[in-house]
Structure formats: structure tokens, C-alpha cells
Design a protein around this ligand. Structure first.
Ligand code: URA
Length: 435
């Protein structure tokens, strides 16, 4: 086989065979096919697109380019969850202990954040001492004993995707639906769960800004997962404003703890209930949404969900006292209020700009190598649709550096838009795809 022939075939609108896809993914992972030829193929795919069969084959080839986790030592139906990422998205932190407290084993690999959306692994490191790298043995033992373990993604998980994603990032070939769906699903399939719930975000703070694109991505990933033999469900949810009120790392962990204690923001709590319900149904613990919600509510009101978080933090070396005393999760010393410049209603928030404020404060990574400050962030006091008076606080900034705080404040004020009347509310949950 010759790479030249594959590029020409795709350039001219042909469909690659399973054999051809496996060959180029294998060759590229081993370093036998140069970046310039794979770049040309990615651009040809970008313009000519891929059929559903090609997309599935690409996903499976990337899944098989490294380790595929064997979770068979863990009893029960293992249900994973994936979010396409957004501002203030701390869902896994509250959702996974809730679901684990209802008896669905959580064996999850999570990533670090890049850019303005934070990663679960970074946030968990806000617990002093928390370890995100575990051996496979520790990982499975923890799930078997306490029902939950979350670790950082290993280098051996879908290495072809790692290489290809980095190449797409610098060759303007990221935003192709088949390439995005296969990239995400190759990692999810390699992580070994029996069932997967997807949370595909939509809006100004999401990867996909248009709802139609988010819907198409959700449907493409559902189809790949089902064809690969997994039980699948998905939600398309709003990211036109930050999720909950906290944006940062330690501050988001505090909000997740509040939510596990039944005192969380309404939108964030509702998203956890919706995703949690799908996870309990896929995991065979609940028959339907009503039963699942009752189980999740009981796990929260009885304190078992919070206790599950404490067990999980303790099992991975973290200081679980912070679960019951969140003040132990350090926030930055400089606290600055942002007064509203107008009377009226918050009409719209440029959501990704709020993520960038957190990045400016030091809470996100500009490059993969950047160190992040877990203590900085923002706490929103007003969100879309809220009435506000001139001078009233829109948010509190937690900063370590006054110059950065000033820059973040300036940017924040440009991201908030006001109107004289209440805007039309947008639904948090746009679509639910059950089994
Ligand atoms: N996230 C991924 O993991 N891959 C993509 O291609 C886009 C977003």
C-alpha cells in the first residue's frame, strides 16, 4: 500500500477501506508515515468527509493503536461519562460519587484541561495529597472495594489519536465531524467501560457553538458507540453561560461538594440528575427516569453521596477532611467584586470569555506545559435572565496577582450584556437520547 494512493483516493472523493485505514493508522503510530502525508490526508478528509463506515473503522483503528483497558476484574456494568467540555463544567466531581453511591461502579479515566476549559484531573488535585496516577491493579481494586476510581489518561491510551489530534490542531483540520467523533470515541472505547453517557455541550462556551452541530456530533458518537457494542446514551446541554456559579479549580470542587450536600446551583444539580439518571438506567440499577431520580435524591439527602466522595478522595491519597470542611480547599487571597455597570437584566454572557478570565487569573493552561494555580477563579452572582441593579456585584474574582485580577475584571465586564427586559430563557437540556 502507498500513502500517495490513499491521499489521491480521498482527494477525489473515494471511500477508504477498513484495510487502508488500519494500515495508515498503524504506520503513522509507528512513525513510518510522515506528518506531511497524514496532513494531506486529513485535509482531503476535511473537504471530502467520511462515510459512517469509514468513521467507525478510523475509531476502531485508533482505539486499537494502544492499550484497551480490561475492566473484567470489576464486577457489574461499568458506565463511563464524557463531556465535550465547557466553562464551569465540574460535573464528574459531583456526578460520579452520586452514581457510585447508587451502586454503579465508576472506573474512569479523565484528562487535564487545555485552554479555558478545565480538566477533572486538575480539579481533583485541589484535594491536598490527591493522586491521579494509579497502577491498573490499584485502579480496579479501588473500584471493587469502594465503587469508584478516577485516574489520569495513560500515554498508551489511543496513541494514534494523540498524534493525529496534535497534527490536526496545527493544520486547521480539527473541525470535521467524523474526525472529532472518532477522536473522542477512540479514547472512550479504549477506556474499557460497558456503557457510555455523552454530554455534548452547545453554545458560546462550547467546542460546538451551533446546536445543530452539537446534535450531529452526539448522533455520530452514539452510532459509533453502538456499532462498537456499547450501551449508549447522550445529552445535548447548554453552554451558552457557565455551568453553575463557580469557575476555576478548587472553587469548582467546593461547588461540587455543596451539590453533593444538596445545596448546589439549580442548573448544575439538574444536569447531574439528568446524566445520573441515564447512568443508572444504562448500569441496570434503575428501570426508568423517575426511579433513577429518586435513588439519586436519596443518595444526596442521606449523605451517602458525600460519603462516597470522601472514601474516593481518601483511597487516592487525598485529605478527605476537605469534603466535610471545604474551607480546607484553598482559594486565592485577593477577592475582588465586579460591580454591574447597568440596571436591568443580564441578557447574554460570552461564555468562553469567562473561561478566558479564569485562564488570565492562572487557572487554565495556555500550553500543555503550563503550571496552573488551583486557588484562583470566579464565583458568579448573576447569570443570564437575572435582574441586576447598577453597582450590585456580578461576580467575585479570586486572584493571586492584582494585575491579572484587573485584566480579568476588564475582560469580564465586556462579556456581560444587559437589556431592559428579561431575555427568553434557554433550556439547559436541549436533547436526551436514552437507550
Ligand atoms: N476533543 C477530542 O478529543 N478530539 C477532537 O478531535 C476534538 C475534541
Amino acid at each position: 500500500m502507498r500513502m500517495y494512493d490513499l491521499i489521491r483516493k480521498k482527494r477525489d472523493g473515494g471511500a477508504l477501506t477498513a484495510e487502508e485505514i488500519r494500515w495508515f493508522i498503524g504506520g503513522y503510530t509507528k512513525g513510518e508515515i510522515p506528518d506531511y502525508q497524514v496532513s494531506a490526508l486529513m485535509m482531503a478528509i476535511f473537504y471530502q468527509k467520511m462515510t459512517p463506515e469509514e468513521t467507525l473503522e478510523l475509531t476502531l483503528a485508533m482505539r486499537d493503536s494502544g492499550d484497551v483497558l480490561d475492566l473484567s476484574r470489576i464486577s457489574g456494568i461499568k458506565v463511563d461519562k464524557h463531556s465535550t467540555g465547557g466553562v464551569g463544567d465540574k460535573t464528574s466531581l459531583a456526578l460520579t460519587p452520586m452514581v457510585a453511591a447508587c451502586g454503579v461502579p465508576i472506573a474512569k479515566m479523565s484528562g487535564r484541561g487545555l485552554g479555558h476549559t478545565g480538566g477533572t484531573i486538575d480539579k481533583l488535585e485541589s484535594f491536598p495529597g490527591f493522586r491521579t496516577s494509579l497502577t491498573e491493579r490499584q485502579f480496579t481494586d479501588n473500584v471493587n472495594t469502594i465503587g469508584i476510581a478516577i485516574m489520569g489518561q495513560t500515554a498508551d491510551l489511543a496513541p494514534a489519536d494523540k498524534k493525529l489530534y496534535a497534527l490536526r490542531d496545527v493544520t486547521a483540520t480539527v473541525d470535521n465531524m467524523s474526525l472529532i467523533a472518532s477522536s473522542i470515541m477512540s479514547k472512550k472505547l479504549a477506556a474499557g467501560a460497558d456503557a457510555i453517557v455523552l454530554d455534548v455541550k452547545t453554545g458560546s462556551g462550547a467546542f460546538m457553538k451551533e446546536e445543530a452541530d452539537s446534535v450531529a456530533l452526539a448522533e455520530e458518537m452514539l452510532s459509533i458507540g453502538r456499532l462498537a457494542g456499547k450501551r449508549m446514551a447522550a445529552v445535548v446541554s447548554d453552554m451558552d453561560q457557565p455551568l453553575g456559579n463557580a469557575v476555576g479549580n478548587a472553587i469548582e470542587v467546593r461547588e461540587a461538594i455543596d451539590t453533593l450536600g444538596g445545596r448546589g446551583p439549580k442548573d448544575f444539580t439538574e444536569l447531574c440528575m439528568t446524566l445520573g439518571s441515564l447512568m443508572l438506567i444504562l448500569g441496570g440499577r434503575a428501570q426508568d427516569d423517575a426511579q433513577a431520580r429518586e435513588m439519586l435524591s436519596e443518595a444526596v439527602s442521606s449523605g451517602r453521596a458525600l460519603e462516597k466522595l470522601a472514601q474516593f478522595v481518601h483511597a487516592q491519597g487525598g485529605d478527605e477532611r476537605a469534603v466535610y470542611d471545604p474551607e480546607l480547599l484553598t482559594l486565592a487571597p485577593l477577592q475582588i467584586e465586579i460591580p454591574s455597570p447597568a440596571d436591568g437584566y443580564v441578557a447574554h454572557i460570552d461564555c468562553d470569555e469567562i473561561g478566558i478570565c479564569s485562564l488570565i487569573l492562572g487557572g487554565g493552561r495556555e500550553t500543555k506545559e503550563s503550571e496552573i494555580d488551583l486557588s484562583v477563579g470566579l464565583l458568579l452572582k448573576k447569570k443570564t435572565g437575572d435582574a441586576v441593579k447598577r453597582g450590585e456585584s456580578l461576580a467575585t474574582i479570586y486572584a493571586a496577582d492584582p494585575d491579572r485580577a484587573e485584566q480579568a475584571k476588564e475582560r469580564f465586564l465586556k462579556a456581560y450584556h444587559f437589556a431592559g427586559s428579561m431575555p427568553e430563557p434557554k433550556a439547559l437540556i436541549r436533547r436526551v437520547y436514552g437507550i
